[in-house]
Design a protein around this ligand. Structure first.
Ligand code: 5GP
Ligand code: ZN
Length: 112
């Protein structure tokens, strides 16, 4: 999508601190981390939010969860625990309209 910041990151038009990339998914550090580990796992396909997911996206979403789980292992928060979050819509605080999975951990997380 033309004006989407995450599409620009995916196309490397905007710089990011990449921690993972394959043909379908990227992972990069959140620019304003809310925990010691705060990675965004993002599909290369532009999907606005969970609200518009289709049956055909099932595998992609499953893959995002597994990528996040593997990154949790890599960052040594697999045992201590971590949170995976899809903020969806205004009340959840979704600010970027390109679906993304937050991987957060490295400290005791309180509910916001
Ligand atoms: P949301 O609030 O939509 O669930 O999460 C969007 C996240 O993207 C926020 O935590 C915000 O800090 C992060 N973010 C927004 N713009 C950029 C950017 O240009 N680069 C990176 N690395 N993170 C961003
Ligand atoms: Zn996008």
């Amino acid at each position: 999508m033309n004006n989407c910041i995450f599409c620009k990151i995916i196309k490397k038009e905007v710089k990011s601190d990449l921690v993972y990339e394959d043909e379908e998914v990227i992972g990069f550090n959140d620019i304003y981390p809310k925990s010691p580990v705060h990675i965004l796992v993002v599909p290369k396909k532009h999907i606005q939010s969970v609200n518009v997911l289709k049956d055909e996206d099932k595998e992609l979403i499953g893959k995002m969860v597994l990528v996040a789980r593997d990154l949790a292992k890599e960052r040594n928060i697999f045992e201590t625990g971590y949170r995976l979050t899809f903020n969806t819509g205004k009340d959840a605080g979704q600010t970027v309209d390109h679906i993304h999975l937050h991987l957060m951990g490295g400290k005791k997380l309180l509910f916001a």
